[in-house]
Design a protein around this ligand. Structure first.
Ligand SMILES: [Zn+2]
Length: 417
């Protein structure tokens, strides 16, 4: 992750590599307009746009001689002849609201280019509802595939218009019964590699077109519920107040101040709900969420303990009740050493040694990783921005990364027992 200014503007040479930027552009041409507006791309799961993206997937599969199918969770598979198992190149076709054009889409398009260029059979998968943007159900499809989806819980979740996931799911032609059955899909998977845009500046800072993810960071999301007392903001002496928002503000500052002095430790006060949220009333109740991530799980545990101790001070000083809970957590994932080595060797052979990076977002490859050898390649993103149309990837870089994956997968297939 160290900048190397001399190679900063190096672009991969495309001449002798089988997958070209033009190949990727041709595949993406039919996908990028789906859900595209001036605010960004809206291709949320279980919507008509999602359905149109499925049609694109079916066409791409047919074009490279793979048979397409949709499993009971809505995952899309493009499979070589026979029963497998196969190496899989995977990503997702859904987006967040007003998302970027290539987040997810690039990995699926690259999958078809890789399957096409490979002399060995390779499958392509688009995991359903990776973003979870509509029902807060991220990595829906890969969690179902690996038996880690709480089906009863997700089916009754509602979107902002009160539509239940069950309804949206059935409108998309899938059934709750099908979702309730265990998946046998992993049986046909030898391993998974995901190609994705970088969601940070880490690859860009290395001066290389692509990076190899060694691990996904551990994640800890805390929720705080602070109960104060509503009263008049003008007539209540400061010593007589129980101001839930003032206490919440102190808690947020504490959460940031307690973070270790390490650039790889992330902490965000990401959401807050204030009641009654009126200009002349002392806030009676605040709920807020703190999202922390680190490659070192120990750091998160230390931070949580320090925050819990400090929260008691904040509550006492503010005369409020304050409850802190773990809303969700993810243990972090180390990707397969054999896959990483194959990717690293491929990148060296192709002339741009890929830096090792830690990824701070969740991904389907990370969900599969405890079950099958898995790895990830991130493509340089000059803005470092994602979940926004401000993401920026050069297709030359993406083609380079796709050639790295192709070379690595062929190597992994050739050494398989
Ligand atoms: Zn993504």
């Amino acid at each position: 992750m160290h900048a190397n200014p001399s190679s900063r503007d190096e672009r991969p040479r495309a001449e002798d590599a089988p997958i070209t930027a033009g190949d990727l552009a041709g595949r993406l041409e039919g996908l990028i307009p789906i859900g595209l507006s001036e605010r960004g791309t809206n291709r949320l799961a279980w919507t008509p746009e999602d359905r149109r993206a499925q049609m694109w997937f079916m066409e791409q599969a047919a074009g490279v001689g793979l048979r397409a199918e949709r499993d009971p969770a809505g995952n899309l598979w493009a499979l070589p002849p026979g029963d497998g198992p196969w190496w899989v190149v995977a990503s997702h076709l859904d987006t967040v609201r007003d998302g970027g054009r290539l987040d997810g889409a690039l990995g699926v398009a690259a999958g078809f280019a890789i399957a096409r260029a490979s002399s060995s059979p390779i499958a392509v998968v688009s995991f359903a509802d990776e973003e979870g943007a509509r029902f807060n159900t991220p990595t829906f499809g890969s969690r179902w595939l690996t038996g880690r989806l709480d089906v009863a819980d997700v089916l009754q979740r509602t979107d902002e218009h009160g539509v239940e996931l069950r309804q949206a799911f059935e409108a998309a032609g899938l059934t709750a019964e099908g979702l309730g059955q265990a998946s046998a899909g992993l049986d046909r998977v030898l391993g998974v590699i995901e190609l994705h845009i970088d969601q940070s500046l880490d690859v860009d800072a290395s001066g290389q077109p692509a990076g190899i993810v060694t691990a996904l960071a551990s994640r800890l999301r805390m929720s705080a519920d602070i109960i104060g007392r509503a009263d008049h903001s003008g007539t209540t002496r400061r010593g007589e107040r129980a101001d839930a928002l003032a206490a919440g503000a102190r808690l947020i500052v504490a959460a940031l101040d307690l973070a270790p002095d390490d650039p790889d430790f992330m902490v965000t006060a990401s959401r807050i709900i204030v009641e009654p949220n009126a200009a002349t009333t002392i806030p009676a109740r605040v709920r807020l969420w703190l999202d922390a991530r680190s490659p070192e799980r120990e750091q998160l545990v230390d931070w949580q303990q320090a925050l819990e101790a400090l929260a008691q001070d904040v509550a006492r000083r503010g005369g409020v009740e304050l409850r802190l809970d773990v809303a969700s957590q993810g243990p972090g994932v180390a990707f397969d050493l054999g896959v990483n080595a194959a990717l690293r060797e491929a990148s060296e052979r192709l002339g741009h040694p890929a830096p090792a990076v830690v990824c701070f977002a969740g991904h389907d490859a990370g969900i599969v990783a405890p079950h099958r050898p898995a790895g990830m390649v991130l493509v340089r993103n000059a803005t470092g921005v994602s979940h926004s149309p401000a993401e920026h990837v050069e297709l030359e870089d993406a083609a380079y990364a796709a050639n790295v994956v192709l070379t690595a997968v062929e190597r992994l297939i050739s050494v398989a027992p």
